[in-house]
Design a protein around this ligand. Structure first.
Ligand SMILES: Cc1cc2nc3c(=O)[nH]c(=O)nc-3n(C[C@H](O)[C@H](O)[C@H](O)COP(=O)(O)OP(=O)(O)OC[C@H]3O[C@@H](n4cnc5c(N)ncnc54)[C@H](O)[C@@H]3O)c2cc1C
Length: 380
């Protein structure tokens, strides 16, 4: 497998890196502190074409290969992990789901606006009683005439309050009386839709995570995404790709933690020399760098395979499992190298340490990734 970046990929990486350093970095502290959604930055990212990176030109996007999107997420996460997850959900879950499973009419309605940033997308699968086990989903969709009536609660929705449209999962009843998962495109403006709670989280403060209540929510029948009853396979298929995005978020965060720790170790002195001269510190730096590069290789491999059109379920889970666990180890070591200062909000590593924690939880916990990987291996 060729891990050399093409000229186009290098160009995208450099463009996002420059934008992140110049336009995003100066705003991060304030936005995180105020727990403010980065709307202005998203507008600028839409102008740069980032929101349309998974949308083909016929729907006014500027579709790139998967590795380019992954490189963009890495660069964003290096500077602002909250923004990286917003982009990852919009591109790899919302836009991808419509592109892959949507009707021509749905693509024409939603994708051009999503590329322009006029629509920000979210993905609402989880419920208070159903996370890893989606069989516990209780939201019901009942067909009445030309619409579905949805009732239920969706929880932990990234961009929940600030999105305009959602890929939302509810159960529909089959002729034999069984309930099967179906996917819908639900707009925030539909009657019966409301945001019921904003989560107060440990980290990723500028990525607003919300609970949604659907009470007699009226969804036009043409907003069913894919076939009725096929929601579970739609969700799993979309998550395969987007888990690579979370792996990329982990890689970017790890790269930044390594940079912060190395810079600090060269400046901070103890026992008459920079702490970088102590072998204990050097070994942590070596371990952080090795973990980061291994995580990046798994992540890039999964992205390259995704573009070959083969199933990447196992490879995406491996990348997400390794990169997210590595990011937590790296954030721990990087904070340790900072000593007491690492525990202060003055240093960026304090935020990275908190932001890293969720990486092993959302879009499938590490335990669920291990189940996916082992099931593939046993089947093979
Ligand atoms: C900040 C944040 C953002 C999120 N964004 C979204 C979003 O945009 N959209 C969305 O739909 N969801 C979102 N989620 C939800 C997230 O995907 C779930 O939290 C996650 O899937 C785990 O589900 P749970 O929290 O219900 O944990 P549970 O499923 O209750 O799991 C609890 C523990 O049991 C373990 N466990 C469960 N089943 C097994 C098993 N079979 N074998 C071994 N261990 C098991 C888990 O690994 C975990 O350690 C978000 C969550 C957070 C925290």
């Amino acid at each position: 497998m060729d891990f050399e970046l093409s000229e186009d990929q290098l160009l995208i990486k450099e463009m996002i890196s420059e934008f992140a350093q110049n336009e995003i970095k100066p705003r991060v502290k304030e936005l995180e502190k105020k727990r403010a959604f980065p709307s202005e930055l998203l507008k600028k990212l839409a102008e740069l074409g980032v929101l349309g990176m998974s949308i083909p030109p016929e729907y006014q996007g500027n579709k790139t290969d998967s590795l380019s999107l992954i490189l963009a997420i890495e660069q964003l996460s290096k500077v602002f992990p909250s923004l990286a997850v917003i982009i990852s959900v919009h591109c790899s879950l919302f836009c991808y789901a419509i592109l892959k499973f949507g009707s021509e009419a749905q693509k024409k309605i939603y994708l051009p606006k999503a590329a322009a940033g006029e629509i920000l997308g979210a993905f609402a699968l989880t419920e208070p009683w159903a996370g890893s086990d989606v069989r516990g989903i209780k939201t019901r969709a009942v067909k009445k005439g030309d619409r579905f009536i949805l009732d239920g609660t969706k929880s932990w929705v990234t961009t929940g309050s600030d999105a305009t449209a959602y890929i939302l999962f509810a159960t529909t009843e089959t002729d034999s009386g069984n309930h099967q998962l179906s996917a819908f495109i639900v707009e925030k403006s539909f009657p019966g839709f409301r945001i019921s709670k904003v989560e107060e989280k440990m980290g990723l403060h500028a990525s607003i995570t919300s609970e949604i209540v659907l009470e007699n929510c009226q969804v036009p029948a043409e907003n069913l995404l894919g076939k009725e009853g096929k929601g579970a396979s739609i969700a799993l298929h979309c998550l395969d790709g987007s888990r690579i995005g979370i792996a990329a978020q982990s890689v970017g965060l790890s790269q930044r933690a390594l940079e912060e720790a190395t810079t600090y170790a060269k400046q901070r002195e103890a026992f008459d020399k920079p702490i970088a001269e102590f072998q204990a510190i050097q070994f942590m730096i070596a371990d952080m760098a090795t973990l980061t590069e291994a995580a990046q290789l798994l992540t890039h491999r999964a992205a390259i395979l995704l573009d070959k059109g083969i199933s990447v379920s196992k490879e995406a889970s491996m990348a997400k499992l390794f990169a997210s666990e590595a990011a937590n180890k790296i954030a721990y070591m990087a904070l340790q190298i900072h000593g007491g200062y690492g525990y202060s909000q003055e240093f960026f590593i304090e935020q990275l340490y908190r932001d890293a924690r969720v990486l092993t939880i959302y879009e499938g916990t590490s335990e669920i990734q291990r189940l996916v990987i082992s099931r593939h291996l046993i089947k093979e």
